[in-house]
Design a protein around this ligand. Structure first.
Ligand code: NAD
Length: 322
């Protein structure tokens, strides 16, 4: 996919800057369109700070240009990733503009968290080249990128996007049906819905709930997915457990009213210093640091495992050639 050399990113906020960094680190030339001048001017420095944290070469940031004009930013692009705010109308209008101003063969991807790409591209003439690519924060550390096939996305667009993401060292996952939340956010928010319902019902407090997750199945998740786990314990046991537990789980159709009550009371989480728990500046910064260190460790272990596997397959192919 080295022929997809010029990358454009639309929106240079948290995700846009991180996605630009992931492409730049793999030697791609990246241009970021960001309408807000202050955000635009701070972008390279934010990337430099991330690179320093990773112990990576800060010169990587020099491969990223910024622009205050959409047409200028995408003029030479082979691949465009949109990372503007999560508003359907805004994303629709950006994709309609991109269809007009980006090169006709450029792939146009959206980093929407939950909105189907089919909705974003409704009514557009070249939806075959439009695809959802859901990166996770921070994009330069979390391996998964969900690649969502909209109703009109071509197989060629999917194949090119998956191959390009693999070149960046990502773990792309092809999502064949374009449903809100795709795969990982549906799973994540199914868990959050039940967690919020349990706290609202007084089954346990928020701290206890997080302790239960982090010290049980949360520990196993990096090596044991839920369906591998079901196979391991047996589908017969899973069925017996589900007969008792599933009817008890929260199945309300909308967000839990408890969440709206918290927000009305000014409890927004880190943003206001209190959410399910009260947070001091020090606690917030320590948690952020712990998370970054954890993700960095996971990334270096992943790179080490990949190197070992490469070496093993080199040895096997040398032996087979004898
Ligand atoms: N924050 C996350 O953890 C996360 C994770 C995965 C996906 N996402 C998705 O990524 C997208 C961006 O999220 P974010 O957290 O980076 O938001 P952000 O607010 O940090 O960045 C969005 C940027 O888009 C810019 N912008 C506003 N209007 C624009 C326009 N018309 N064209 C281009 N840029 C415009 C804003 O100035 C801002 O800098 C959203 O769709 C979000 O749902 C976020």
């Amino acid at each position: 996919m080295r022929n997809l050399q010029n990358i454009a990113v639309i929106g240079g906020g948290l995700m846009g800057a991180g996605i630009a960094q992931a492409f730049a680190a793999a030697d791609y030339k990246v241009t970021v369109f960001e309408p807000n001048q202050e955000v635009r001017l701070s972008l390279r420095q934010r990337v430099v700070e991330n690179l320093k944290l990773l112990g990576a070469d800060v010169a990587i940031a020099e491969r990223i240009e910024t622009s205050g004009g959409l047409a200028e930013a995408v003029a030479q692009a082979h691949y465009v990733t949109e990372a503007a705010p999560e508003k359907l109308d805004l994303k629709r209008s950006i994709f309609s503009d991109l269809e007009r101003v980006a090169p006709v063969n450029a792939i146009l991807a959206s980093n929407t968290s939950v909105i189907p790409i089919t909705q974003i591209t409704e009514g557009l003439k070249t939806a075959h080249r439009m695809v959802g690519t859901h990166w996770w924060n921070p994009p330069y550390l979390v391996p998964l990128v969900e690649v969502i096939q909209g109703a009109r996305t071509s197989q060629r667009t999917i194949d090119h996007t998956m191959a390009l993401l693999r070149l960046l060292g990502k773990e792309p996952a092809h999502v064949k049906k374009d449903r809100p939340g795709f795969v990982a956010n549906r799973l994540q928010h199914a868990l959050w819905r039940e967690a919020i319902a349990m706290v609202a019902e007084g089954i346990c407090d928020a701290k206890t709930l997080d302790t239960c997750v982090k010290n049980s199945f949360g520990l196993r998740l990096p090596v044991l997915g839920p369906l591998e786990n079901a196979d391991m314990v047996g589908l017969d046991l899973t069925l017996d457990i589900h007969k008792t537990v599933i009817p008890e789980l929260d199945c309300s159709a909308g967000p839990n009213p408890f969440l709206a009550q918290q927000i009305d009371a000014g409890r927004l989480g880190f943003k206001s210093g209190e959410g399910f728990s009260v947070w001091s500046e020090k606690e917030m910064s320590e948690l952020r640091k712990r998370l970054s260190l954890h993700l960095m460790k996971a990334q270096s272990e992943r790179h080490r495992d990949e190197r070992i596997n490469d070496e093993k397959s080199n040895i096997t192919s040398t032996e087979n050639a004898r």
